[in-house]
Design a protein around this ligand. Structure first.
Ligand code: 13P
Length: 335
């Protein structure tokens, strides 16, 4: 418990959030490709070493989620990347799920694999410097999805993962992601997210998880990407906070949203609106963004070493603005 609490204290800081840099090999290739960057072990090392050595990163980033390969990669000075982060007071974390497959018996739904051997892997990751872990379950919104079976089965897996982590002295980041794909409205997303989170916390309770020693990483309540119009930050904030209030116990120290395909400015404005409308929230409301923190940096870099400076500046701009959104102090004019 002492070890978990001290990790949580490092991760949950006013004005700071988590950088998700844990893209798997196929995913990072997909992120690099629009900018003409080849995904090789060396380009991935270079890119992540640059990101993590951005001057001042520790002012706005309290934790970074890494992919397994990154745990053993070094910066240009020969320092292991998890050590580089720790030396700045940033907590290194590790993605431990092995991705999704179709959920048998429930057409259109998914389930995440990777529980087998997890305790053993955690021991190794911990010896390599990881102090928290991340596991993502995915929910598709469709006419018949997610089914009750999918909601229950995914919650069960998240809870098993969380307790295995806590027994290993690793803080679990519990990520139930309701996808933005589809033409549904914000109301439907709200109903689905509420059922999903309700089931997740019931399962966490059943398995005896310590709610004080976890971080929830949910998706925001949003209209589907193919819905006719986007919702305003105030609408997103109101719908999301209502669902969180109904489902997330006050014992949970922090809720760090994923960006899930929102644009960088949209993700910042939505987080800001939540912090602006909530007075005395029981939990911290922060970010754990992947794309919304990295897209502009990747664009500025383009895989070229002469663009290292502009790349770090682009990343730091998003980190700083999201740090302000964490306090409810962001304004669109700051863009
Ligand atoms: P996005 O912010 O790009 O959705 O990534 C966050 C993440 O960790 C997904 O698992």
């Amino acid at each position: 418990m002492g070890e978990l609490s001290s990790t949580i204290r490092g991760m949950v800081r006013q004005g700071k959030g988590i950088l998700a840099a844990d893209e798997s090999l196929p995913t990072i290739a997909k992120r690099f490709s629009p900018f003409g960057i080849d995904s090789t072990e060396e380009t991935r090392r270079k890119y992540r070493a640059l990101l993590f050595s951005s001057p001042g990163i520790e002012e706005f980033i309290s934790g970074v989620i890494l992919f397994e390969e990154t745990l053993t990669q070094k910066d240009d000075e020969g320092r292991l990347l998890p050590e580089l982060l720790s030396s700045k007071g940033i907590v290194p974390g590790i993605k431990v799920d092995k991705g999704t497959v179709s959920l048998a018996g429930s057409p259109g739904d998914k389930i995440t694999e990777g529980l087998d051997g997890l305790a053993g892997r955690l021991e190794k990751y911990k010896s390599q410097g990881a102090r928290f872990a991340k596991w993502r379950e995915v929910y598709v919104i469709g006419e018949k999805n997610p089914s009750m079976l999918a909601i229950e089965a995914n919650a069960e897996v998240l809870a098993r993962y969380a307790v295995i982590c806590q027994e290993a002295g690793i803080v679990p980041v519990v990520e139930p992601e309701v996808l933005m794909d589809g033409d549904h409205g914000i109301e439907r997303c709200s109903v689905v997210t509420e059922s999903v989170l309700h089931a997740v916390f019931q399962a966490l309770r059943r398995h005896g998880a310590m709610l004080e020693c976890m971080v929830l990483k949910p998706s925001m309540v949003l209209p589907g990407k193919a819905f006719g119009s986007r919702a305003s930050p105030e609408e997103v904030a109101e719908a999301t906070v209502r669902v969180l209030r109904r489902t997330v116990p006050a014992a949970v120290p922090s809720i760090n949203f994923l960006s899930g395909g929102q644009g960088p400015e949209e993700a910042t404005a939505n987080l800001n609106a939540m912090n602006a409308i909530l007075t005395n929230p029981p939990w911290a409301l922060s970010f754990s963004y992947g794309r919304a923190l990295q897209r502009t940096a990747l664009e500025a870099w383009g895989g070229k070493s002469e663009n290292a400076g502009p790349m770090q500046e682009a990343f730091m701009k998003r980190a700083r603005l999201n740090g302000l959104a964490r306090r409810g102090q962001y304004r669109p004019e700051m863009e």
